[in-house]
Design a protein. Sequence first.
Length: 469
Amino acid sequence: MRRYILVFLALFWCAAAVFADSNPALSNVPIDAGLLGKPRIILPTGPVRGEVFLFSDKEGWGADEDILAASLQSKQMIVVGIDTKTLLATLNARPANDCIYLVSDIEALSRQIQRAIDDTHYQSPIIAGMRTSGALVLAIAAQTPDATIKQTVAIDPTIALPLVKPLCTDAPRVSVSGGSIYGLSPHGLRNPVDVGYTAAASTDGRTHVLELKKQGFAIQTKDLTENPHQAVLSAVDRALSVAVASDHSVGDLPLIQLPTAPSFGTMAIIYSGDGGWRDIDKSIGDVLQKDGVPTVGVDSLRYFWSKKKPDETAKDMARIIDTYTKLWGAEHVILVGYSFGADILPKAYDLLPVGDKKKIVEISLLGVSNTANYQISVGAFLGNSYGDAPTLPALGKLQAQMIQCFYGELETDSVCLKLQGTGSELIKTSGGHHFDGRYDVLAHDIVNGAKRRLAVAGNRDSNVAAERY
């Protein structure tokens, strides 16, 4: 039986929606929908296969969208239905100086829904639109960070978007009568973009996408014989069928591989913050790879979406160490964690087998908190503070000489300050929890620290050998 769950906004802090449904997983759950208005939340009747944010055409949500949403639901999709007519009216009424960051509200709502229904694996949403909303989802792609959207699906996108207020993006924007024409961010696409054209596609919409492709953006385009609604279904099926290749021994883990020849016999494992593999984690990983340090990223959003026990995390870490030291021919390992990822590292390291501990040359903690949590909290994502266990006792069990503790000068309550006098390496940077965005400097500090520690260990081993001789 198909169930449609209408979500109505109520006053909850700054604007919240409450699910009105008999489903115990959603009943009376406060949901902050942000700028997305009153989304229709439609759940599948069986295991969740994926999630799609479906934007109606400019006329608003109607019977055609109901049919399409039901078809997506039958494919075991969570469907979040957005009335584009209402949304654009809301956005155009916003203050003139405020830019609009829709992708943030999409991600926040996606997390809240999947947490509310207790989905065991977080799945990044697909965003889909037709005609005017096709232009909208392409514009959203221009403001999307890494590891946020699984795929963008635009069917018959128009060239212009009837939105006069600016989106928060560095993409080119041209104002036209009653709206805007958006390009894409010069930093490139952060997720796959699939554009389909039916017989009803507009010529100027096609030309605009073609120009974007000529600029080097990897947009997939296809001429279709289907109608727009069938085209959305097909595109969603294609997005869900894409398999991510990974080593079979760690294929169940959400890992990002950044291979390169190890320049000094060392690889790195980076545990991301609770936002997933993006920004600081990705940037540091990219620099480490360029510096000759092959790197594995662990997407904490997806790995810790279901609660983990510390010993479970340690066992998975051991699997990663075993797999990639062999694959890449690296003798030594740097453990790096940012924020949420830094919080869990000390305890996980302490529970590693002795053989794996001997491979760790450095533990680099960036923005470590006072407490550690072994499950991603939607509340923490929305700005609240959560934690299960204090981090300082676990830090106290580590060899102080292995520790690099990075903190911003604005973080006056940083755990790093409690390590003063222990022999740990404390590195104060400008800024706060995001270190003023100087991620390349952080990465170079991590590499140089590992080289120093290896040199000290080498000298110590040489001295011991000389004494024996």
